[in-house]
Design a protein around this ligand. Structure first.
Ligand SMILES: CC(C)(COP(=O)(O)OP(=O)(O)OC[C@H]1O[C@@H](n2cnc3c(N)ncnc32)[C@H](O)[C@@H]1OP(=O)(O)O)[C@@H](O)C(=O)NCCC(=O)NCCS
Length: 318
C-alpha cells in the first residue's frame, strides 16, 4: 500500500504587499527585487491572524477536495517555524479549530523544508497501517519575525498556509522521502532569539547570509532530487512536475537546469507569494492541482531546503 494525496488547499491572508509599496518603507525597488529573486508581491497576515488561522483555511479546502470529515483524521502534522505559541503545538490548536479530537497532532520544525519533512514523517507513520487519513500542513506568518528595516531579508518572505490530505491507496502515492540536515550551517539562516525568564533574549528576527544560503540551496536541491530518482530507478526525464521550495527564481532555475528540466515543467509561485517557508511547496502544489496541470499517474518531485540547514525530497506517483 502507498499513501496518496487526495486533497490540497491554500490559505492566504487577504492583504497583498507589492514590491512598489515595500519600496516606500525601505531603500529598495521593484526592479531590484524582481531581478534578484523573481518576487513581485507577498501576502501579509492581519494583526492577530495566526499560523493556525491560515492553516485552518487551507485544511478546510483540502478536506473538502478529499471528501473527508475532520473527525476522520488520525494524524495532523503542522510544519511551521512561526507557531501560534511556544506550546501547545499549532497542530493541536488546528485540530481543535477543525472540530476534531483523538488523533495524533504535533508540529515539525524544519523551516523551509518543513512540508517535505512532515510529508515524509506522515508517510512513514501511515506505513505502520493504523493511520487511515492524515492532514499535513505548512503554515507560516514570517512577517512576525522579519526586521522590516532590513532590506536584505524583509523583501523575501510572505505569509500563508498550504495543506494536503493523505489516504491509503493500492497503486499510487508517495514513492520515497529523502530527508537530510547539517547543523554545522545553522548560523547562515536563523532567528537567534529565545524566551528566557519572561523576556526575549538574542535577536527575534531572521538573520541570513544570502550568498551562502544561495550556493547551499542550489547544490542540495538537485542532489536530493537525483537521490530520489536513483532510489526509484527513474531517469531525470521521468519527472513530470518539479515543485521546489519557492525561495528565489534564480535558485529554482539553477536546480531545473541541473535536472535537465525545462521551466515549463516547474511549478512557480514565488512571484505571487514570495518565500512562505514551510507553506511554499503545498501552496504551489495546490495551485498546480487545481488548475489541472498535475494529472493522475504523473511523477511529481518536491524538493525543499531551509534553515538548519535541512533539505529533502518527496517523490510522488500522482
Ligand atoms: C538575498 C539575495 C537576493 C541577495 O542577492 P545578491 O545578488 O547576492 O545581493 P548581495 O547580497 O550581494 O547585495 C548586493 C547589493 O544589493 C544591496 N541590497 C540588498 N538587499 C537589497 C534590496 N532589497 N534592495 C536593494 N538593494 C539591496 C546590498 O546592500 C548590496 O549593496 P552593496 O553592493 O552596495 O553592498 C540572494 O543572496 C539570495 O537570493 N539568497 C538566497 C536567499 C534565500 O533564498 N533564502 C531563503 C532560503 S530557504
Amino acid at each position: 500500500m502507498l499513501n496518496r494525496i487526495i486533497g490540497t488547499g491554500s490559505g492566504l491572508p487577504a492583504r497583498v504587499l507589492s514590491n512598489d509599496e515595500l519600496a516606500t518603507r525601505v531603500d529598495t525597488s521593484d526592479e531590484w527585487i524582481t531581478t534578484r529573486t523573481g518576487i513581485r508581491q507577498r501576502h501579509i497576515a492581519a494583526p492577530g491572524e495566526t499560523a493556525s488561522d491560515l492553516a485552518l483555511r487551507a485544511s478546510r479546502h483540502a478536506l473538502e477536495m478529499a471528501g473527508i470529515d475532520p473527525q476522520d483524521l488520525d494524524l495532523i502534522i503542522v510544519a511551521t517555524s512561526t507557531p501560534d505559541m511556544v506550546f501547545p503545538s499549532t497542530a493541536c490548536i488546528l485540530q481543535h479549530k477543525l472540530g476534531a479530537k483523538g488523533g495524533a497532532a504535533f508540529d515539525v520544525q524544519a523551516v523551509c523544508s518543513g512540508f517535505v519533512y512532515a510529508l515524509g514523517i506522515a508517510d512513514a507513520m501511515m506505513r505502520g497501517g493504523t493511520i487511515r487519513h492524515a492532514l499535513v500542513v505548512g503554515a507560516e506568518v514570517f512577517s512576525r519575525i522579519l526586521d522590516w528595516s532590513d532590506r536584505g531579508t524583509c523583501v523575501l518572505f510572505g505569509d500563508g498556509a498550504g495543506a494536503a490530505v493523505l489516504a491509503r491507496d493500492a497503486s499510487r502515492g508517495i514513492l520515497s522521502a529523502h530527508l537530510h540536515a547539517d547543523g554545522s550551517h545553522r548560523g547562515i539562516l536563523c532567528v537567534p532569539g529565545q524566551i528566557d525568564s519572561g523576556a526575549v533574549t538574542g535577536t527575534p528576527y531572521v538573520h541570513m547570509e544570502g550568498n551562502a544560503v544561495f550556493k547551499f540551496a542550489v547544490r542540495v536541491l538537485a542532489e536530493v532530487a537525483e537521490e530520489a530518482l536513483a532510489a526509484n530507478h527513474l531517469p531525470k526525464s521521468a519527472i513530470d512536475w518539479l515543485i521546489p521550495h519557492q525561495a528565489n527564481t534564480r535558485i529554482i532555475e539553477a536546480t531545473a537546469k541541473k535536472l535537465d528540466m525545462p521551466m515549463s515543467r516547474v511549478v512557480l509561485t514565488v512571484a505571487q507569494h514570495g518565500n512562505t517557508s514551510a507553506a511554499s511547496i503545498p501552496l504551489a502544489l495546490d495551485q498546480a492541482v487545481r488548475d489541472g496541470r498535475i494529472q493522475a499517474g504523473q511523477h511529481v518531485m518536491m524538493v525543499g531546503v531551509g534553515g538548519g540547514f535541512t533539505w529533502g525530497s518527496v517523490l510522488i506517483k500522482w
